[in-house]
Design a protein around this ligand. Structure first.
Ligand code: CTP
Length: 467
């Protein structure tokens, strides 16, 4: 089978290898994605010979100003052209460990190289040689597996996974990302040697986890992670959410199943990785707070406990400990607040406080809350969704009226110092907080004049006089 490939890089490679009497192929993810009609900017070229030399020549043939990054230890080289990253490597006999620090040497044929790749669908190559330019080289029926949506290894899965245990996660990630099925034999092998995942760095694991979370229906990946036993090893706190306890005939819901449903729900609304992470973690405090009391299951304060767990989870998974973490933490902490508002009679003050605490993340919080409704009772779902619509309307009204979202108190600390001629002190904080609270509670409007009058009254209570 011949494929249409007309990238300038491929044409130039063809000219150069013909001239130098070499053989080169485009291989791996790019070919898979080309056939699946998915966009891909990572182009891997394998040459039976030196990848570095070929990269230099090809770059030169396109534009002599292109700079080529050379990784001598790995025998690879890459350059960027337009939006594409083109990586060149000599065909290898050993496993294709692009992320390993282990320098790698032994060269081989194209077949050797294909043998040592992770999945049949990732071992497809297209010839860039003059005689059969565009010809698909598919020794493991990868094309068939692509058509049938099957993830399986080219060799015995135990061998393929032993070469690089990260591939166990990649199998599940591809299944989730492409909505494919992992073959039984491959899945069984993962179950057998899952413990080998311990040699893989947390960064590489999280990168796969993020890709699962970003897939269209992430529950697919999480169910496979759980089924194979990998979840317990890579994300034990999520694994702990599994299961249902029953006392006196009363059961609580399975929090793992609920979580992945919420994740699927939110994935229909947003591609924001961190909002999706907030869905993953929104109930993470539940196992620690679970109690059976007064003949009922309770999870008191689970949002607070969960939010406190977020930094440790991010540290454990080597996710960024920056504003993204804070954002996830905030959403976990506040995820029950709008539900509370939906349940009771909605009052302005509670809405103002919520706006104040969430700031610009209010819309994301509402998206999370709506995704959190996983009841099978249609009436209940309808009731909550309608209430959320009311909360959203009310949020808009209050925001327009009071501009609380990015609230800055109309009176600054400096102004208080000058007005009462005092030194920086605790009193300033007390006065500022009372003004803020008065605005949020609707006692005064959010403007300077009303805040000023209120400040004078509050300061008086503290024995301060205006000079
Ligand atoms: N590969 C492998 N084993 C790995 C990683 C990669 O065999 N652990 C091979 C596969 O043939 C893969 C190719 O290297 O197709 C390129 O790897 P990479 O860029 O990491 O993945 P892609 O398959 O391109 O997919 P994605 O870009 O979505 O990660």
């Amino acid at each position: 089978m011949k494929l249409e490939i007309n990238h300038i890089v491929f044409k130039n490679i063809c000219k150069i290898v013909t001239n130098d009497n070499l053989n080169a192929y485009v291989i791996g993810g790019y070919v898979r994605d080309l056939i699946l009609k998915r966009k891909s900017n990572d182009i891997d070229i394998v040459v039976v010979g030196s990848g570095i030399n070929l990269a230099k020549k090809v770059a030169m043939s396109i534009n002599k100003n292109i700079s080529v990054n050379i990784f001598k230890n790995f025998g690879t080289a890459m350059f960027k052209y337009n939006n594409d990253e083109i990586e060149f490597v000599g065909a290898r006999k050993e496993s294709y460990q692009r992320n390993s620090r282990k320098p790698f040497v032994e060269s081989g044929s194209l077949v050797d190289d294909q043998n040592r790749r992770d999945f049949t669908i990732n071992a497809l190559a297209i010839s860039l040689n003059k005689d059969d330019f565009g010809q698909l080289i598919d020794p493991f029926n990868g094309m068939e597996d692509l058509k049938n949506g099957i993830i399986k290894t080219p060799l015995n899965p135990i061998t393929t996974f032993s070469d690089d245990p990260l591939r166990m996660l990649r199998a599940i990630r591809f299944a989730s990302q492409l909505d494919f099925t992992v073959s039984d034999e491959t899945l069984e092998a993962i179950g057998k040697i899952k413990n080998r995942i311990s040699i893989i760095s947390k960064e590489r694991i999280s990168s796969e986890l993020n890709k699962i979370i970003l897939s269209k229906k992430p529950s697919k990946g999480f169910i496979l992670l759980e089924k194979t036993g990998l979840l317990k090893l890579i994300f034990p706190l999520l694994d702990k959410m599994k299961g249902v306890n029953i006392i006196n005939g009363k059961a609580h819901k399975d929090n793992f199943i609920h979580t992945i449903q919420v994740l699927d729900n939110i994935s229909q609304k947003t591609d924001n990785l961190w909002l999706r992470w907030a869905a993953v973690l929104h109930d993470i405090g539940k196992p620690a707070t679970k109690k059976f009391q007064n003949n009922n299951w309770t999870f008191y304060n689970h949002s607070f406990v969960g939010a406190k767990m977020v930094p440790d989870i991010f540290r454990f998974l080597k996710l960024p400990l920056n504003s993204k973490m804070k954002y996830v933490q905030k959403l976990v902490l506040l995820h029950l607040r709008p539900i509370g508002l939906a349940d009771s009679e909605i009052n302005d003050s509670a809405i103002r406080r919520l706006l104040f605490e969430t700031g610009d993340d209010i819309d994301d919080l509402m998206t999370l809350c709506e995704a959190d409704i996983t009841s099978k009772n249609d009436k209940k779902v309808k009731y909550f969704l309608e209430n959320f619509t009311t909360v959203r309307t009310k949020l808009k009204e209050i925001e327009q009226k009071d501009t609380i979202r990015n609230f800055q108190p109309p009176i600054s600390g400096d102004f208080i110092i000058k007005t009462f001629n005092i030194k920086p002190s605790r009193e300033i904080g007390i006065i500022k907080d009372s003004i803020t609270n008065a605005i949020l509670d609707g006692k005064i409007n959010n403007n300077f004049d009303e805040a000023f009058s209120y400040m004078i009254i509050e300061a008086k209570k503290l024995g301060l006089k205006q000079i």
